[in-house]
Design a protein. Sequence first.
Length: 193
Amino acid sequence: SLSQAILAQGPQLKGAWPSELQVGVGVCLGGAMVEEDDMISALKQIASSITGLKGEISALRGGDPMPPPSAAGVDVPEVHAQLAVRRIFNVDNISQTFGAQLMIRMMWKMPYSEVPPETRAAEWEPQWYPKYRIRRVMEEKISIQHFNVREIDGVNYVELEQDHLVDIYEQLELQSFPVDVQDLRISIISLMP
């Protein structure tokens, strides 16, 4: 059971709260695009699983089960996410890595406490934005982040666009060059605020 698995990993839990969300994306060597609806439904499903997991871990530690963030008085915005794989390159069977050019776009309602910029300021950064990282990154060559405010149906939304050029580790099992085909995984972990 989940409780037994957590207890078996007890030393690893000390000082660390398992608050990571992970979304895996299957990618063929030619590249792929993940639909926004698929990403959103996966994030919602994972978020509800994490809330239950935190309650179970809290109970194992002797505390009361943790209520969901919205019930605890914390306003957690709904974040829409999109991952575009623009290019896959340098698949290296020896070092077990591949290069990827990624564009990650996230959008959420601007909180009432946030003040939108007067103009399209190039260096404007909101007070809060989702924190994430790409798993198994061996080297991040480029990371360019840009924020924008969009008005949709009279509501302000904050939009984050981030371009990444990264080398990612993947255990490759290519044996019959050049006709091998293998899925390459790109995973994003979003740390909860």
